[in-house]
Design a protein around this ligand. Structure first.
Ligand code: FUL
Length: 471
């Protein structure tokens, strides 16, 4: 008897420990999840040389965006419904878009504004004015800096980041490119990631740091803007690092089911084939419908979408890009803002007991319905009449961790006939599910497998244009 009690006790302790050790987002990461969609801007000497990877030997004077207007960039971002802008402060060519004291390849050496210009200053000020968060991409790989490939360069890189945080903050997201090629002396740098991280944490503890493996945000494993259908916000990074030391791209794409750390995925993709502006790509800008598809496959799978929109050599976003972005916003507004089930009645069914579940339709993301027992509990929303829908949006409460690993949706009509059954894996912060339109009045969600209690914040249903259904 005693033995049985002891075994039960050990089992309980193990369960509680497992539950308590579930990774959770930090406050900064939680706020990051709510950003959903923002713009990336690749801008620098490549914009003028028509290259994607500058060699670092280009003359600084070629950088001369005579009509540069960061407020125009911000207006475009705002109109597109983006919430932030991340700029390439320094790409692999080493050119600094700010007058760094630690490089001789900067705006200061350029013709632009007779060397008195500062793109980061203009953009950070414009972002504040337009209520956009400001983020910075900085490539450790530097094909220009004479010290690259020596221990001294790690110090240089730390000094450069210190300039960024001191003069242009607050910086909301910092983007570390993991690329590690040769510098001008033919040597590769051994990056001191530990020191880089400690520097940022000290200067700006609330900044979220992106790299292939975090520490806060991970790369999604491709540059097509597509998160895994299964998308865990957790990742195992012990023994891994950015660049060549990263886990496989498949792992980055889906995360790790029982991953040790909360490191959600960000989907970076360009609106054009290249990251930098090339005139020859003016007719290759992604269409609003293509952008909508990307939105479904990134934000709709619980990741964030970082869409690159490169300014041209004048220093402006072209009409081709802005036109597509504006229409993309209209598509989201038209299709994903009228929740057909917003006034539905709710229910929570457990062991024959029926309760209401108002939290899933109250539009408040701080309230949620708890599902403690997988398979045995369902949460449903029900309208009086049948409605035509082809899209369901679920929001999982992730404050205490990500729990659902398999869910089932049953769609019934007024006659109580089962019209459609949908199965999926993770839900995550947001899950957009599309299918051919059906006439139904009840959407019932069952969690089939979970770590522990899944919280469902909201359940919504839409009728989107048939041609927008996820392909
Ligand atoms: C990559 C870079 O090599 C590309 O040029 C681009 O900046 C992309 C976002 O990251 O690693």
């Amino acid at each position: 008897m005693k033995k049985i009690i002891l075994i039960c006790l050990l089992f309980c302790i193990e369960k509680i420990t497992a539950q308590n050790s579930l990774p959770k987002p930090t406050k900064a990461q939680l706020a990051w999840h709510n950003m959903e969609f923002y713009l990336f801007m690749h801008f620098g000497p490549n914009t003028f040389t028509d290259l994607e990877w500058g060699h670092g030997d280009e003359k600084a004077e070629i950088f001369n965006p005579t009509q540069l207007d960061c407020e125009q960039w911000c207006r475009v971002a705002k109109t597109a419904g983006a919430k932030a802008v991340i700029i390439t402060a320094k790409h692999h060519d080493g050119f600094c878009l700010w007058p760094s004291k630690f490089s001789k390849h900067t705006v200061k050496e350029s013709k632009w504004k007779e060397g008195k210009g500062d793109v980061l200053k203009e953009l950070s000020v414009a972002c504040k004015k337009y209520g956009l968060k400001f983020g910075v991409y900085i490539s450790p790989w530097d094909r220009n800096h004479p010290d690259y490939g020596t221990e001294k360069y790690n110090e240089i890189f730390v000094n450069m980041m210190t300039e960024l945080f001191t003069n242009y903050g607050p910086i909301w997201e910092l983007w570390w490119d993991g690329a590690n090629g040769e510098g001008p002396n033919g040597k590769k740098q051994v990056y001191d990631w530990g020191r880089f991280k400690a520097t940022v944490r000290k200067l700006s503890p609330h900044t979220v740091i992106f790299s292939d493996v975090g520490p806060d945000i991970r790369w999604v494993g491709n540059e097509n803007g597509i998160a895994g259908k299964t998308n865990w916000n957790t990742l195992d990074t012990d023994g891994f690092g950015p660049g060549a030391k990263a886990p496989s791209t498949d792992t980055l794409n889906a995360g790790n089911k029982n991953g040790k750390y909360w490191i959600p995925a960000e989907c970076d993709v360009s609106i054009r084939p290249g990251w930098f502006y090339h005139k020859a790509e003016d007719d290759k800008v992604k269409t609003p419908e293509q952008l909508f598809q990307l939105y479904l496959k990134s934000v709709g799978r619980g990741a964030n979408l970082l869409l690159n929109v490169p300014p041209d050599g004048n220093g402006l976003i072209t009409k081709f890009d802005s036109a597509s972005l504006i229409e993309f916003k209209k598509l989201r507004d038209k299709n994903l803002t009228r929740n057909i089930f917003s006034h539905a009645t709710t229910y929570h069914l457990f062991g024959g007991i029926l309760k209401k579940a108002p939290a899933v339709t109250d539009g408040n993301f701080k309230t949620g319905e708890k599902i403690t027992e997988a398979e045995r509990e369902s949460v449903g929303i029900e309208t009086k009449e049948n409605k035509k829908i082809n899209c369901i949006v679920l929001y999982e409460g992730i404050t205490a961790g990500q729990n659902c690993s398999a869910y089932k949706l049953l769609l019934f009509n007024k006659k109580d006939e089962l019209v459609k059954e949908i199965h999926g894996t993770t839900i995550g912060r947001k899950r957009i599910i599309t299918f051919s339109a059906v006439d139904i009045n009840t959407i019932e969600l069952t969690i089939e497998e979970q770590h522990k209690t899944t919280v469902i914040n909201e359940m919504e249903a839409y009728l989107i244009d048939e041609n927008l259904i996820e392909k």
